[in-house]
Design a protein around this ligand. Structure first.
Ligand SMILES: Cc1ncc(COP(=O)(O)O)c(C=O)c1O
Length: 387
């Protein structure tokens, strides 16, 4: 069947790439060792510092965010180092697997996937580690698989209160540019991000903000690294270049994305995400569907995960929505396969795109025979009209 109209890509990433960015990418590739390129790198560095809220240069690797996960470990740690992580979703599990593959000793703290991380147990673990054998604590700020947002500052406080020197690693892949985040003020040591969500770019780039403490750790860490070696990147970036052929055209796109975020204002972009997310939540409540995240205050501003009734296959619903309404929604990952639908509301997104997305969901619920109360779209519009 031929589908007409523009496809709505309402996954929780990759997000819709704005035409401005696509046009910016569609330019001739330049000499990556020439002066024009050096100027481009410097402008990107300045823009990225503002978005990450850091004074340090942000490392840009061609590669997906999973590569930056690996880089966080291999640059700062040595075989057998202890790392504390939380069992709080599909992406935290994948990050943990990277650490295990490199021979790190991951201490996994149990968590409820439907709620934000509780730092009580972390405090106890840190308190009992008088020898400071734990070298890092890592968490996902916004778990894209569950739609639960975590409080990074609570984890930082747990470290500070116990006087523990472990590094703090944060995955901000689906929060940066959309939800409040401040690498330096929150005293994060390594922040990992991908290009395809709040930065509105196609997939293909990863970004890593690093603290001076993390850079110092890199001097003594002995896990093997070559491509992901931060020092090489920072050395070349200092002159505006890369240690190898960079993804020049994606970097043009990044330049445009940074201009767009600058024009809107980062705080305004956060507020926009908050408002559109709240309208989405109003719709889900009005439909009388179940939020996967049971903690009202921890529901993510970039996606909403909806738990389907036991006897209804969430993937069958997604298929109907895609095939009939040209709308892609996120599916459940790992153990949530077929149980959850994730509505992405991030990146280059506005009221009318939300209205279209919610209309597709409401039509899809009806077409798939999922029990719901009508009126979700109206509830969202009422909220948007009033706020
Ligand atoms: C929170 C989070 N971390 C990491 C990743 C992995 O990113 P990538 O697929 O770019 O490697 C994703 C991807 O969706 C994510 O949402």
């Amino acid at each position: 069947m031929t589908l007409r109209g523009r496809h709505l890509l309402q996954l929780p990433g990759p997000s819709n790439v704005p035409d401005r960015i696509l046009r910016a990418i569609d330019r001739p590739t330049i000499d990556h060792r020439g002066p024009e390129f050096a100027k481009l790198t410097r402008s990107l560095q300045a823009g990225l510092r503002r978005v990450f809220k850091t004074e340090h240069d942000v490392i840009m690797f061609p590669g997906s965010a999973s590569g930056a996960w690996e880089a966080a470990f291999v640059n700062t740690l040595s075989p057998g180092d202890r790392v504390v992580m939380f069992d709080h979703g599909f992406f935290s599990a994948n990050w943990r697997r990277v650490g295990e593959r490199f021979g790190l000793e991951i201490e996994l703290l149990p968590a409820d996937w439907r709620k934000p991380i509780d730092v009580t147990q972390l405090r106890e673990v840190l308190h009992n580690d008088g020898q400071h054998a734990i070298k890092a604590v890592a968490l996902v700020h916004n778990e894209t698989s569950t739609g639960v947002a975590n409080d990074v500052t609570a984890v930082r406080s747990a470290l500070d209160d116990s006087g523990h020197p472990a590094l703090l690693f944060v995955d901000a892949v689906s929060s940066l540019g959309c939800m409040e985040f401040a690498h330096d003020a929150w005293n994060v040591d390594v922040t990992v991000v991908g290009s395809q969500k709040g930065l509105m770019l196609p997939p293909g780039l990863s970004f890593t903000a690093v603290s001076s403490t993390a850079l110092a750790a890199a001097e003594s860490a002995i896990l093997p690294r070559s491509y992901w070696r931060w020092e090489d990147m920072l050395e070349f970036n200092a002159d505006g270049f890369f240690p190898y052929t960079p993804a020049t055209n994606l970097l043009y796109g990044l330049q445009e994305a940074l201009i767009m975020l600058e024009e809107e204002g980062l705080e305004t972009a956060w507020a926009r995400h908050g408002r559109l997310a709240e309208a989405t939540r109003r719709a889900v409540s009005a439909w009388d569907l179940e939020f996967y995240c049971t903690d009202v205050s921890a529901r993510s501003d970039t996606l909403t995960a909806v738990l389907f009734p036991d006897d209804h296959d969430a993937n069958a619903f997604r298929r109907i929505v895609r095939e009939q309404f040209n709308l892609s929604l996120g599916g459940g990952l790992g153990p949530l396969q077929g149980k959850v639908v994730r509505l992405g509301h991030l990146g280059d997104f506005n009221e009318l795109m939300l209205g279209a997305t919610l209309s597709g969901v409401e039509l899809g619920l009806r077409a798939a025979g999922v029990p719901y109360q009508p009126g979700g779209v109206q509830a969202a519009l009422d909220y948007l009209g009033d706020h």
